[in-house]
Write a protein that binds this ligand. Structure first.
Ligand code: GLC
Length: 788
């Protein structure tokens, strides 16, 4: 049994993979938010420009055998013996003398050695140009002169990723390549997408642009005929499968080294290539761009840095969680090694939640995102479920229920995201931005859009006084279909109440007193109603089916208890303390496992008409009783709200990537990021994670840590400080940038409590209460907190 495949190198802010045969491809995103290159620890992956659906540059064969192909490959062929290998292990799969892959922030370095040649490959996307760099540093480590051929290989996608897979008779007749002055160009015959270019600072002694010519019949990337032969055939692809394969012959004396830089990028016009190639095939320029990239990420991370007694916690909070938040903000749930970048687009609810993980670091981009999202609202208040980044146009997925064509939660997330952005930035003006609706020409201020969202929910209430579930709520698979279109979601009313708490504060701040009164009344009514009708004895119920049966009750056979109503009854401040504690204890007793907390239990066991999607999954997979990681930070927040710091931290540790590093062969996906789900306990692969990277877990874990455990909570007029930590901690420090000032916060815990503030001082002066005000731009301030 192999448990570990790597370790965290915090000094370099890298995760180091020490063997190539990881249980799944362990990947990284190299991206400047427009050009995106995904790369695995063995060089697999593909690239796209802005939209993975319609501007796909490199091809990837999802769920394929052989595994994780193609990629950005280098082949080394030894002239004397004809031996062939790849520094990234794939695709040749020859055992290497040494191997190491370092995934850093925005770059990946793969380094290996074989047969007296060592190669260090650095892959990255520069900050401000739409291209990727592969830098190969090659050294002769032997004592004799070596003559080698260095090949590069990339397989182009025929732009529209969907047609590339399903319209071959057409798409394979529209592309062409050219080889011109050491550059391979690729475009479609009508040139509408512009051009892709591939070039190098090395000499191209021979090249191939036609995949079949390079690979040869009945072969694959592991044994291309042209690599075997030691020379490419100088083929051009007109139609067919275009690639960029180049071959350079080099001679290296003992210990001699050479750097070959490859550049692959996208340009509107062919004539744009030369300047970029000139710039990026120059080693000094590549060095300085790489440095700039590192500085960029350091600046990004500097905005929130923590130091606690728990090193693993610091690693994730300071480096990997903010990194993942940025990636999910950029690509929502659209494109990963599990999301093909074809169908889903950017999720409305997903993107709204993703803003929570970056608004402290990227306020301008979040502002724009919020306005873009709001444009996807219909006049009655509901919203499109997804939108496409190239056009901004919204859509519903194929499985939308035509009888109730909306998701009951989507529009409400907009309120939560806008509110959170305003707390972070103080930018109340965003509420005045005039924004159109999907189905009318008129515009209205964002504030009205938020009100419309509330109206929509209130105009779609069912027989039990709860929101109709529509196609589903946050739980995409809890469809609860039926002829009456009458199923209701308890959870959505909790979300509504949480959204109301936000808009109440905003309307009060703006002096919209009538609105504030109306929202307060509604919020009170909801609280009363939920506690009067939805408490099952030891927890809150989840929903009503179309025929009025309760989901999530002690009387249910399966699905007796769901996690989300318990955490959200607390987050929405509906649960009184006794109910909150009882519900949390029930969660602990019934849903907690060694790998994280399950979404519900017991699992459904077979398809049920009245449930729909959720019952299409076998027990313990996906929404049917898996540990759906996204929901765990909600529980952490709830535990913090009731003051149980040990429980909160314990739940955090269970899903934290660092804890998965020690059980990597069970967990399977990358131990430096969160995955969407971990298989639940009624499955033989209990503990196996799936669907890494793009998950709302990232933003919510950040929030649960920043605002729950560390208790640093942005508010309209400053930072509230209210930590809820493990009792054994002596304290912690945080450096936090907030509204252009720096807060150096140090928290001491002399009495070893979890929560409760004895004293706060700002720059030495005692404060009343626990609100540290907004401070002067550009200042650095010392906040000392004593718990007790
Ligand atoms: C996936 C979806 C998200 C949904 C969740 C639960 O993560 O991206 O939108 O809320 O599943 O169904």
């Amino acid at each position: 049994m192999i448990l570990k495949f790597g370790y965290f190198d915090n000094k370099r802010k890298e995760y180091v993979i020490t063997r190539p045969d990881t249980p799944t491809p362990w990947i990284n995103y190299l991206s400047n938010s427009e050009y995106c290159a995904m790369i695995s620890n063995t060089g697999g992956g593909f690239s796209f420009h802005i939209d993975p659906k319609d501007r796909r540059i490199l091809r990837y064969r999802y769920n394929n055998l052989p595994y994780d192909r193609p990629g950005r490959y280098i082949y080394i062929r030894h002239g004397d013996s004809g031996k062939i290998w790849s520094p990234s292990w794939q695709p040749v799969l020859i055992k290497l003398n040494s191997y190491e892959c370092r995934h850093g922030l925005g770059y990946t370095i793969i380094k290996s050695e074989n047969s007296g040649i060592s190669v260090e490959l650095t892959y990255f996307v520069p900050l401000s140009d739409n291209l990727e760099i592969w830098k190969a540093h090659i050294r002769n480590t032997s004592s004799s002169t070596q003559e080698i051929q260095v090949y590069s290989y990339a397989e182009f996608c025929l732009w529209r990723a969907e047609a590339d897979q399903n319209d071959l008779q057409y798409i394979q007749n529209v592309a062409f390549t050219e080889f011109d002055d050491n550059v391979i160009y690729y475009s479609l015959y009508d040139r509408h997408p512009g051009y892709v270019f591939f070039s190098t600072n090395g000499d191209i002694d021979s090249y191939d642009c036609d995949r079949e010519e390079f690979i040869g019949p009945y072969r694959d990337e592991s044994n291309p005929i042209r690599v075997e032969n030691g020379k490419c055939s100088n083929s051009i692809a007109i139609g067919g499968n275009p690639i960029a394969a180049t071959c350079a012959e080099i001679t290296l004396n003992p210990q001699e080294e050479k750097t070959i830089i490859f550049v692959l990028g996208v340009i509107p016009h062919k004539t744009d290539a030369n300047t970029l190639i000139e710039k990026y095939t120059n080693e000094n320029n590549v060095e300085s761009e790489f440095k700039r990239l590192k500085e960029f990420w350091n600046d990004y991370l500097d905005k929130f840095q923590v130091n606690t007694p728990d090193e693993d916690f610091n690693t994730i909070v300071n480096i990997w969680n903010p990194y993942q938040c940025r990636i999910t903000f950029d690509w929502s749930r659209y494109v990963s090694f599990y999301e093909t970048g074809i169908g889903r687009g950017m999720g409305f609810r997903d993107s709204s939640q993703d803003t929570l993980g970056v608004n402290y670091a990227l306020p301008q981009r979040v502002r724009q995102r919020l306005l873009d999202l709001a444009k996807n609202q219909f006049e009655d208040g509901h919203v499109y479920h997804i939108y496409f980044p190239l056009t901004g146009k919204g859509a519903f997925p194929d499985y939308i229920n035509p009888a109730r064509p909306y998701f009951s939660d989507d529009h409400l997330w907009m309120i939560i995201a806008v509110y959170d952005y305003i707390l972070e930035t103080g930018d109340l003006k965003i509420l005045n931005e005039e924004i159109s609706f999907v189905d009318s020409d008129g515009v209205q201020p964002l504030y009205s859009h938020l009100k419309q969202a509330i109206d929509f929910t209130m105009n779609h209430i069912g027989d039990h006084g709860l929101p109709l579930i529509g196609t589903a709520d946050w739980n995409d698979t809890l469809n609860l279909p039926g002829p009456n279109n009458a199923s209701e979601s308890l959870w959505v009313i909790l979300l509504l109440r949480f959204a109301l708490l936000g808009i109440i504060e905003l309307s009060e701040e703006l002096g919209y007193n009538k609105d504030a009164d109306m929202f307060i009344k509604l919020a009170d009514k909801i609280k009363e109603h939920v506690n009067a009708t939805a408490w099952d004895g030891k927890w809150y119920i989840r929903a009503y089916t179309d025929s009025g049966h309760i989901i999530g009750s002690s009387k249910s056979d399966k699905g007796k208890i769901f996690l989300n109503p318990q955490s959200w009854a607390i987050i929405s401040r509906i649960a009184p303390n006794n109910k909150a504690i009882t519900a949390l204890d029930s969660v602990k007793e019934l849903l907690d496992t060694q790998y994280g907390v399950m979404l519900l239990t017991p699992p459904y066991d077979g398809y049920q008409h009245d449930l729909g999607g959720i019952s299409t999954f076998p027990p313990s997979l996906k929404e049917n009783n898996a540990i759906f990681c996204h929901t765990n930070p909600w529980l952490i927040i709830a535990e913090c709200m009731v003051g149980r710091g040990d429980e909160a931290f314990n739940y955090y540790k269970k899903i934290s990537p660092t804890s998965k590093n020690e059980i990597a062969d069970i967990h399977r996906t990358e131990p430096y990021v969160f995955s969407q789900m971990i298989t639940g306990k009624y499955h033989s692969k209990f503990g196996a994670a799936k669907n890494s990277w793009l998950t709302g877990t990232a933003a919510w874990v950040m929030r649960s840590v920043h605002q729950g455990i560390l208790g640093i909570q942005p508010s309209l007029h400053g930072l509230h400080i209210d930590p809820c930590i493990p009792k054994e901690w002596d304290g912690f420090t945080v450096i936090r940038h907030f509204r252009e000032a720096i807060y150096e916060i140090s928290v001491e815990n002399p009495n070893h409590v979890s929560k409760g503030i004895k004293e706060i001082r700002l720059n030495g002066k005692l404060l009343k209460g626990n609100l540290v005000p907004v401070l002067t731009e550009g200042t650095s301030n010392v906040v000392t907190v004593i718990l007790g």
